[in-house]
Design a protein around this ligand. Sequence first.
Ligand SMILES: [Zn+2]
Ligand SMILES: [Zn+2]
Length: 135
Amino acid sequence: MASKQKTFSGGCLCRHIRFEASGKPSFPHLCSCRMCQTWSGAPTVAWVEFPLEGFAWTGPGGEPSTFQSSEKTQRGFCAKCGSSICALDDGYDKVSLTIAVFDEPSLLVPGKQHGYKAAAPSWWKAEINRTAGKS
Ligand SMILES: [Zn+2]
Ligand SMILES: [Zn+2]
């Protein structure tokens, strides 16, 4: 088992920023905090973490541009098209990526964790189909 690790790929709207992640995905979850909302323009952001080891920026733009959204966190985006791509915490050995920018977002199913659920707009209810992505 686990002899062949899948490589996940994704990137921004204009394809200037692309990435490949070959490590094991962890902590897929949702977050509806006001920072995620205003950064992404979406009511809820789906996140997943990958180890930095085995992760590479592969597009013509190299690494995304960053905005320091809190003391230890940089949020990465494409300077050309504005796609919200990742978050990097100082000293952390993983990168958080928005699930929606993956080429196959269906393969990364958020778990039970929904941070700041109460901050989501009242008209919005994020529901996860837990039987998806389990092929
Ligand atoms: Zn772009
Ligand atoms: Zn958040």
